[in-house]
Structures are given as C-alpha cells and as structure tokens.
Design a protein around this ligand. Structure first.
Ligand code: ATP
Ligand code: MG
Length: 460
C-alpha cells in the first residue's frame, strides 16, 4: 500500500533527500497509519535519518523550522511542523545501532549505518516498520502482517529483546491494551522469566507506560497480562494482593475483588485520574473485611485504607501532585454518591459538592463505572439515582454561584464579637457557620452581622 503524504511531510522529505541524506518515517506513526489513522491526525511523528544531528539541525534551521534538542533521546533533533494550536511534533533521529549494557540503566548508544540496522534495534515487529518518501513500506519483520493478525512479536529473540531493556515487558502490556494485540506464546513465557528485571527500570518510565495501559480501550487485558506474567508483583505488591484476595464479598458483591476492579476500570471513561481511581478504589478491602454475627460481610472504612494505598502508589509510580490529589479525593469519596437515595437534603448535596470540589464530575463518572452488577433492575436503578444527584448538584452549583461560603474577615469578626483570641475555637465556630450556610439556614457570603447574629442564637 502506498501512502499519499501531506504537503508538510513531503517538504521535510525533500529537504533531507535533496541534501543527499536518507529520511524515513518510523515507529508508532507508521504502525498507526497502517491501522488506518490519517497521518495528518497523528500527534507526533518519528523519523530516522542518515544525517548526523548537527546536519539535521542545520538543514531544518535553513528551511525555517524551529529546532530544539530532545534531551532524553540520543541523537534526536525536534521540530514542529505547524504553528500552534495544531502543531505536530516531529523528532528526527540519526540511525542508531544500540548496544545495551545488561543490567545498567544507561544504554551505550552508537550511530547505526543504515535503516535496517536502525529497525533491528526496535522492540516489536509492529514498531519496526518504516515508510519512505514515496510512501512505500519497509517491513523486514512482517510487522504489517502481525498488525493485521493482531500478533505481538518481538524483533528477534524475545529473551535478548527483553533482557536488553526490561521496560519492553511493560510496553508489551501497553500494546496488548491499546491495540488489542495477542502476544505470541513464547513472548509471554519469556516475560514471565524476566519479570523481576522491571525493578531495574526507572519509575518515571513505569508511569508513562502504566498511564498508557490504564487509558487504553482494553486496559483490563493489559492488566491481565501484568498478572499472568508476574510483572504486577514487582510493579505493585498492593495490586497483587487485590488479585489474590478471593474471600467471599457478601451478598451485595457477587464478584470477587479483582474481577470487579477490572470491570470498573473497563467501564470508566478514559480519563487518567478516573482510571487510576478505578484501579485503586477498593484496594483497602483486602485488609478491612469483617463478618458480623448475622453473617453479613462488611468492609468498614475501606475507602480510608484505599486512600492510604493511593498515597503509596503515588510515591511508587511518581505521580505528580495534581494526579495524586485528584485520585486520592476520588478514592476517599467513592462510596458517597452511591449512598444517594433521592431523600438527601440540599445541605447534604452541598456537602458532597464542597468535599469533592473540582473532582465532582470525575467522582460521578467513577460511581457510574462502579456499578458492575448485571442483575436486572439494579444497574438501571443506581444509574437513575446518580443522574438525579448530578442534576441536583448542577442546580445548586448554578444557584449558589462561585462565591465563598463566608465573607472575608469573618474570623476577625468572630474574635472581636465574642472577645476571644485566635485559636481552635474560632475554627470551630467558622465550621458551624459553614454548615449553617450549606443547610440554607443563613445566606451564603452575607454580611458578618448576619453570621454573628446566628452565633448568638445558637450559642446560648
Ligand atoms: P506512541 O504512540 O506512544 O508514541 P510509539 O511506539 O511511537 O508509541 P515511542 O516511545 O514514541 O512509542 O517510540 C517510538 C519508536 O521507538 C517505537 O515505535 C519503537 O520502534 C522504538 N522504541 C521505543 N521505545 C523502545 C524500547 N524501549 N525498545 C526498543 N524500541 C523502542
Ligand atoms: Mg511515538
């Protein structure tokens, strides 16, 4: 199949080929193009070239392309094809012939002599294809056939490939999740053998792959691969504990913990915090199960334990602060919307709005995904209640506006009015007033006088 390249890419090819160099589109872009994605829509494109980095830089600058160095990747020069907002990022890398030193985090890298040598050091057949300026495909490892048949196969001996760079074991899980690939049996065997070596790979690289796995269409299949190969034990022991927790879940939860978790994950919208929260929300059940005298199973406080497991996962996988806080909020509050029964007061709905803050839409998404029961009526009933809660919350947010609950300076006013010093008592009274606002007993963001009057009435 021959591709018609868009004008910007054709220009890039002309630039390099006109100067006597080779240039090929390689890697993920070729793979995604062969799967039917239009090249214009791919967000980032990788090229391989015979030109040395200094020469690529010179050529690009002369033609007016912005040039930046891509620090993390040896021999790579970056540019943008278009102006913002629709700019596609381009990385142009000199052919590589890579020599990894086993067990070392830093590969020793050399420049390669030609395209075939460059393709030979890639991980999977589907990632080892190149496309020439005239659109023809260079596919020495049968990547196009594997793509069509959905087979994940390494370039060469799996044992060598995975030992050279153990991150590739996680990348395998990623392509299973994102592309629905089935690993060759031998590939799975070898990943099982080398699984522990993932511990030699940096956590930052773990996170990038984990995020891609969790955001994928078939995130559950990616995780199943992590479990089957033993990767999960090393990546995340608390996750493995969930897999192994098979105790009876009581009459309200007919699924075991891990199948339920995978179900929630699959149903969750493809947003990073929601997907991580789906994975983590019930992790605390492993250590909180109890059975009461009537034989009922409970998991009291499991959301608090799950939140502590979020903290641990955040450290382990190097979450940034924003992701950590959002996932933590979602996990801590994940039970709340499900308790909604239509009988809540406006005050109760407002409390949820206040506690969830900006996470409220994600929280409702998580709650919807958390309904994995297939019993007739149950699912529809819960979803209808959640829709009602969402509508009421939206109504109250609209009505209340963005104004703070209490006016500025209310703390000072309380101290002056009651003749007390700054301290916990002031915070406590502020809290009372906030509750009164949420319950609609006093107006929001009113004058200090109204609040002091309220305190006088209730503190007698
Ligand atoms: P994405 O769609 O996420 O960009 P990708 O396959 O392009 O997927 P990149 O990390 O951008 O992934 O890598 C580009 C190409 O470089 C890959 O397609 C693959 O050929 C090669 N590659 C990347 N990482 C490795 C690795 N760890 N080992 C071997 N080859 C790799
Ligand atoms: Mg890429």
């Amino acid at each position: 199949m021959k591709a018609r390249l868009d004008p910007q890419i054709a220009r890039l090819f002309e630039l390099f080929i006109g100067a006597g160099h080779e240039l090929y589109l390689v890697g993920g872009a070729v793979r995604d193009y062969q799967r039917g994605a239009p090249i214009e829509e791919l967000p980032d494109l990788d090229f391989a070239t015979s030109a040395l980095p200094a020469e690529s830089t010179r050529l690009l600058r002369r033609a007016g392309f912005p040039v930046f160095m891509v620090g993390s990747r040896f021999g790579t020069v970056g540019t943008f094809l278009e102006e913002v907002p629709r700019r596609r990022q381009i990385q142009i890398t000199t052919y590589r012939g890579e020599v990894y030193v086993n067990g070392s985090r830093k590969p020793r890298v050399t420049f390669g002599k030609d395209l075939l040598e460059d393709l030979a050091r890639r991980d999977f057949s589907i990632n080892a294809m190149a496309m020439a300026a005239d659109g023809h495909l260079i596919d020495p490892y049968g990547g196009d056939r594997d793509l069509a048949q959905g087979v994940l196969r390494t370039v060469g001996e799996p044992r060598v490939i995975f030992r050279e760079d153990p991150l590739r074991t996680l990348r395998a899980a990623r392509f299973i999740a994102t592309l629905g690939m089935k690993p060759e049996p031998e590939l799975t065997e070898v990943v099982r053998e080398v699984a522990g070596e993932i511990l030699t790979v940096s956590r930052e690289r773990w996170l990038l792959e984990m995020n891609k796995i969790l955001l994928a269409e078939a995130a559950d299949d990616g995780l199943i691969f992590l479990v089957e190969t033993g990767l999960l034990v090393h990546l995340w022991p608390a996750g493995q504990a969930m897999v192994e927790f098979r105790a009876d879940q009581g009459r309200y939860h007919h699924k075991a913990l891990w199948p339920h978790t995978l179900g929630v994950l699959s149903q969750a919208p493809r947003s990073l915090p929601v997907r991580w929260a789906a994975l983590l929300h019930d992790a605390g059940k492993v250590t909180t199960r109890s059975v009461d005298p009537a034989g009922e199973v409970h998991f009291f406080g499991h959301e608090t334990v799950s939140a502590a497991i979020v903290d641990e996962a955040a450290r382990r996988f190097r979450f940034d602060r924003a992701l950590h806080q959002r996932v933590r909020t979602l996990v801590l509050l994940h039970q709340r919307p499900a308790l909604y029964d239509g009988g809540w007061t406006d005050g109760a709905v407002r409390r949820l709005i206040r506690d969830a803050g900006e996470a409220l839409p994600d929280l409702l998404d998580l709650s919807r995904a958390d309904v994995t029961s297939h019993r007739p009526g149950i699912r529809e009933g819960v979803l209808a209640r959640l829709a009602d809660l969402q509508a009421r919350a939206a109504g109250l947010i609209e009505k209340d506006g963005q104004a703070p609950l209490l006016p500025k300076g209310i703390g000072q006013a309380i101290m002056a009015h009651l003749g007390i010093e700054a301290g916990p008592r002031v915070g406590e009274l502020r809290g009372r007033l906030e509750q009164a606002v949420l319950d609609g007993e006093v107006p929001r963001n009113g004058s200090p006088r109204e609040y002091l009057g309220y305190l006088d009435r209730v503190l007698v």
